[in-house]
Design a protein around this ligand. Structure first.
Ligand code: FES
Ligand code: MG
Length: 592
C-alpha cells in the first residue's frame, strides 16, 4: 500500500510509515520516551527543528537559550512540534586559530541533521559572525522550509560618556595604548564596557551585517535583525518566527523560493547602504553557491559600489545597535532604498509576502541614524574589487576610508587615486607582532604593509589580521592607518581601509607569495589595480623558484578543511559540498 499521497509531511516517513511498521515503531518509541505522545508524532503535525547555536561556549548567541521558550511556544501555537538540537559552536572571540575554520564544519553538521532526521522545517538561530552564513548555507543545501532568527545585538556600550562599540573600541584602544595615552586598566575597562549585556556585537561588524543580510535576502521576518537581544521585541520576534515556520511548512515555502539572484542583489545593495563588513562577500558567495545561484566577487562592485552609505553606525559612523533599531533597522534602510528604486521588490520573503510588500510604509524614523538616499553620509560606499599581479581579486571597503587617509594617500594633486610605495611583507601575525617595531624595516608613513599565509588554506581558515596597526613611532607621529594588504580577512568592526581577501592566497601560489620587502608597489584605485612594480623576467624567476610551504595540521578537521576548501573570492566553501543541492528532498535510507 503506497501511503505517500496520504502523508503531508516528510517526518511521517519516519513516524507514520505503514510500509515499514517495524521502523516506524523504532522511530516513535525513542521520541515518545521524552513525553511526546504517539498521537502527536503521528498526528500530521510538522516537526520543526530549532538549530541552537547558543551555549556557554558561544556567548554571542547565548540569548537563544533564553529565547527558546518563546520560539517553541510559537511553533506549538501554530500546530507544530518543536525539536531543539545543538549546532557545533562558532564563537568568533573564543575559537582558535579562527572561528572561520568552523563555519564549514557547522554547515556540514547542520546539513547532516536536517537531512537525516524527521524534520519538516527549521528555525535557524543566528547571531555571531559565522553562525549566520553557516546556518543559511546549510538551509540552502537542504532546501527544507527554513527561517532565521537572530539573537540581536548587545545593548549599546558606554565609557565615560562616549559610545563604546564592540570591536571598534578594541582597535582604537590598542592604538591609544601603543601611543601611551591610556594604561592597561583603562584599556580593559574601555573594552569590557563595550559588551554590557547578552547579544552579538553592537557595531555594524560582521554579526550585524550578516543578520542584516539574512533579512535583506528575505530569510527572516521583517524587522528581525536589529532588535537588541534583551528587548521585549526580541522575545516577540522569537514567538512570531516560531509561528511562521509552521506556516512555511504548510505552504512549502523553501529557501530555493527565496534565495534567488534578485535576493542576493538586494543583499549586496543593503550591505553598501549599512556600511557592512568585508566578510559579507565571502559569506554571501558561499550561501549563493550552496543555493545554486550564480554570484561573482566582481558583482560586489558592479551592483554595490555606487550605493550610498545611509547608516550612521560604527565603524563607518557614530551610533550603535540601539539607535539603529529605534531608527527602524533594516526595513527602514530598505524602505529608503525602495523609494529610490534600488531594490528588486518582487523577491519573495519568509513572511510569504514579497520584499516590496513587507516594506510598505517603512522609512527612516531618525535621519541622524538612517539617512535618506538623496542626502547620505557618503556616496559610492560599496566595495572596490581590485586585481593585479599580486592577486586575481581583493576587496577594499571604501566607506571606512577616513578623510585624512584619502588626503594622505589617494588625493595627491596630479595622482588622484594612485599611490606608489615601498612594501614591507610579514609572514603571518606572529611575524608581524615580532617585527613591526623593528627599525630595520624602515616603516614610515609612506609604507604599505603586506601580510600573507593567512588565507583559507594558509592559516587555516582565513584570519582577521589584515588590519595591521602601524609601528608605535608612526602612530606617535600622528598616522593612525597605513595601507595594508593581505590574503586574510579583517574584523568587520575595524575601520582600517585595508585591501583584503586577496585570492588566490599566497600558499597556493598567488602572486602575493612572490613579493619581497623593499619592492615598490602601485595602487591605482581608478583602474582598480594593485601591482608589484617588478619586471616580468624577475617576477617569473621568483615564480620558478617558489615552492609551496609545508603546512602543519593540528587537528583532523584542519587537514580535511585544507584539502577541500576553496578561495575567499569563491566563498571559502568546501568545494565538493557545492555540488549538493536540495538534499532534504532526497530521503535517506532507513537505519535498521
Ligand atoms: Fe560574536 Fe561579534 S564577536 S558577534
Ligand atoms: Mg572578528
Amino acid at each position: 500500500m503506497d501511503t505517500r499521497a496520504r502523508r503531508k509531511f516528510r517526518s511521517q516517513e519516519w513516524f507514520d510509515n505503514p510500509n515499514n511498521p517495524g521502523m516506524t515503531a523504532l522511530y516513535v518509541e525513542r521520541y515518545q520516551n521524552q513525553g511526546y505522545t504517539q498521537g502527536e508524532l503521528q498526528g500530521e503535525r510538522p516537526v520543526i527543528g530549532i538549530a541552537q547555536t547558543g551555549s556557554d561556549i558561544a556567548p554571542c548567541n547565548k540569548i537563544h537559550v533564553f529565547l527558546m521558550d518563546r520560539i517553541k511556544a510559537g511553533i506549538r501555537d501554530a500546530g507544530g512540534i518543536p525539536m531543539e538540537f545543538p549546532v557545533h559552536p562558532i564563537q568568533e572571540t573564543g575559537k582558535r586559530p579562527t572561528a572561520a575554520l568552523d563555519r564549514n564544519l557547522s554547515y556540514l553538521g547542520l546539513v547532516e541533521v536536517l537531512h537525516g532526521y524527521p524534520i519538516d522545517g527549521v528555525v535557524l538561530t543566528t547571531g555571531c559572525d559565522k553562525t549566520t552564513p553557516a546556518m543559511l548555507m546549510g538551509a540552502a543545501t537542504v532546501d527544507l522550509p527554513a527561517i532565521a532568527l537572530n539573537g540581536g545585538p548587545m545593548l549599546d556600550g558606554w565609557w565615560k560618556g562616549e559610545r563604546a562599540g564592540s570591536g571598534t573600541i578594541i582597535w582604537e584602544s590598542r592604538r591609544l595604548l601603543a601611543e601611551g595615552r591610556i594604561d592597561y586598566d583603562e584599556f580593559m575597562g574601555r573594552v569590557c564596557a563595550s559588551a554590557p549585556s547578552l547579544g552579538h556585537c553592537n557595531t555594524m561588524g560582521t554579526a550585524s551585517t550578516m543578520n542584516a543580510m539574512a533579512e535583506a535576502l528575505g530569510m527572516t521576518l521583517p524587522g528581525n535583525s536589529a532588535i537588541p537581544a534583551p528587548f521585549r521585541e526580541r522575545m516577540n520576534m522569537a514567538y512570531e518566527t516560531g509561528r511562521r515556520i509552521v506556516g512555511m511548512v504548510h505552504e512549502d515555502l523553501k529557501p530555493s523560493d527565496i534565495l534567488t539572484r534578485e535576493a542576493f542583489e538586494n543583499a549586496i545593495i543593503v550591505n553598501s547602504a549599512i556600511g557592512g563588513s568585508t566578510n559579507a562577500p565571502p559569506h554571501l558567495q558561499a550561501v549563493a553557491r550552496h543555493a545554486g545561484v550564480p554570484l561573482d566577487v566582481t558583482d560586489w562592485q558592479k551592483i554595490g559600489f555606487d550605493v550610498p552609505l545611509l547608516v550612521n553606525m560604527q565603524p563607518a559612523g557614530t551610533y550603535l545597535g540601539e539607535s539603529f533599531f529605534r531608527a527602524g533597522g533594516v526595513p527602514a534602510v530598505m524602505g529608503e532604498l525602495k523609494k529610490a528604486g534600488r531594490l528588486h521588490e518582487g523577491a519573495m520573503t519568509a513572511s510569504g509576502r514579497s520584499m516590496g510588500e513587507t516594506l510598505e510604509g517603512w522609512e527612516s524614523r531618525d535621519t541622524d541614524v538612517i539617512l535618506p538616499h538623496d542626502a547620505p553620509l557618503r556616496i559610492n560606499a560599496g566595495f572596490l574589487v581590485l586585481s593585479g599581479n599580486l592577486f586575481d581579486s581583493a576587496l577594499m571597503k571604501t566607506s571606512v576610508i577616513s578623510k585624512g587617509f584619502r588626503e594622505r594617500y589617494l588625493e595627491r594633486p596630479g595622482h588622484e587615486g594612485i599611490y606608489e610605495a615601498r612594501a614591507v611583507v610579514f609572514e603571518g601575525p606572529e611575524d608581524y607582532h615580532e617585527r613591526i617595531n623593528d627599525p630595520a624595516l624602515e616603516i614610515d608613513a609612506e609604507t604599505i604593509l603586506f601580510i600573507r599565509g593567512v588565507g583559507c588554506v594558509g592559516y587555516p581558515g582565513s584570519a582577521e589580521v589584515v588590519n595591521m596597526q602601524p609601528p608605535d613611532a608612526v602612530l606617535k607621529a600622528g598616522v593612525n592607518h597605513l595601507p595594508t594588504v593581505g590574503d586574510g580577512r579583517q574584523s568587520g568592526t575595524s575601520e582600517s581601509p585595508s585591501i583584503l581577501n586577496a585570492s588566490p592566497e599566497a600558499v597556493v601560489g598567488g602572486g602575493l607569495a612572490l613579493l619581497k620587502t623593499g619592492d615598490r608597489v602601485r595602487l591605482d584605485l581608478g583602474a582598480c589595480r594593485l601591482d608589484a612594480l617588478v619586471d616580468d623576467a624577475e617576477w617569473e624567476a621568483r615564480r620558478a623558484a617558489w615552492s609551496p610551504p609545508e603546512l602543519r595540521n593540528q587537528t583532523p578537521w584542519q587537514e580535511i578543511y585544507r584539502k577541500n576548501v576553496g578561495q575567499l573570492a569563491d566563498g571559502g566553501c568546501l568545494e565538493l559540498a557545492t555540488a549538493y543541492h536540495k538534499v532534504g528532498r532526497d530521503l535517506p535510507r532507513d537505519n535498521h
